[in-house]
Design a protein around this ligand. Structure first.
Ligand code: NAP
Length: 247
């Protein structure tokens, strides 16, 4: 079966695994040519390219550490050269390690801010100059920002910064017809959430929302697909929580 193309180009950061991989699949199904960004998981990224190509989609894998401005610039250049000018940017790449603030090392603090905040800053700055009119930017916050659970101080601080970028950048793009929104997922069954948790802890999280399950990457991909679509044209500068009703 071949996927109909919509002649638009999307970059999804951190798309080798987890939510980003599912967002890439969904946008490819929606007809976008997709640049699958990754930092180290080249096997997974190439496998996803092969999977999408077999379905008739146009997809490439692009290695870039989003925390590095030069690598981000090169990622945009490669994508433009191979797929065309960018219409959709999904800033999904992110890391989480839950540690009480008092026990957080300088290295963990730096790494979390470098990837989650500087990474988003780098791609937004590049997007400002390069994206097509009528484009869509989707940033990634987290519902943990509303839950204020112990262990999430540094991670939540990075996502608060991403939300601040979202609100201000939406206004700074006045006249370009580019929307800037953020999704704020609740717990999603990916390695970012599952790693290091006991069965018991996972069960507790799964029971928190009134819908009584963990979110799946597909739940978030559907929301990103909507925000990237023409139907979401009047949604701008917003944070959309998708969490089964937990907060
Ligand atoms: P994940 O399964 O751990 O996947 C993370 C992805 O980000 C991987 O593809 C990884 O690529 C990439 N990445 C990490 N550092 C990178 C860097 N410096 N440059 C480029 N790519 C990098 O995480 P996830 O659960 O899908 O999370 C995706 C986003 O959703 C994150 O922003 C996270 O904060 C947010 N979120 C997740 C949850 C949840 O419960 N899962 C809830 C709320 C929000 P490599 O493997 O190549 O390093």
């Amino acid at each position: 079966m071949t996927t109909p193309q919509n002649n638009q180009v999307a970059i999804v950061t951190g798309a080798s695994r987890g939510i980003g991989a599912e967002v890439a699949r969904r946008l490819a199904r929606d007809g976008f040519a997709v640049a699958i960004n990754y930092a180290s998981s080249s096997k997974e990224a190439e496998a996803l390219v092969a999977e999408l190509s077999a379905q008739g989609a146009n997809a490439i894998a692009v290695k870039a550490n989003v925390a590095d401005a030069g690598e981000v610039r090169a990622m945009f250049e490669t994508t433009e050269q191979q797929l065309g000018k960018i219409d959709v940017l999904v800033n999904n790449a992110g890391v989480l390690k839950t540690v009480p603030l008092a026990d957080t090392s300088d290295a963990l603090y730096d790494q979390t801010f470098e990837i989650n905040v500087r990474g988003t800053f780098n791609t937004l700055r590049e997007a400002a100059a390069r994206m097509n009119e009528g484009g869509r930017i989707v940033n990634f916050s987290s519902t943990t920002l509303a839950l204020n659970m112990p262990g999430y101080a540094v991670y939540n601080a990075t996502k608060a910064a991403v939300e601040a970028f979202t609100h201000v950048f939406a206004k700074e793009l006045r006249g370009r017809h580019i929307t800037v929104n953020a999704v704020a997922p609740g717990p999603i069954a990916t390695s970012l959430f599952l790693d290091g948790k006991t069965e018991e802890q996972i069960k507790t999280f799964a029971n928190m929302p009134p819908l009584q399950r963990l979110g799946q990457p597909e739940d978030i991909a559907a929301l990103v697909s909507f925000l990237a679509s023409a139907d979401a044209g009047w949604v701008n500068g917003q944070i959309l929580r998708a969490n089964g009703g937990v907060a």
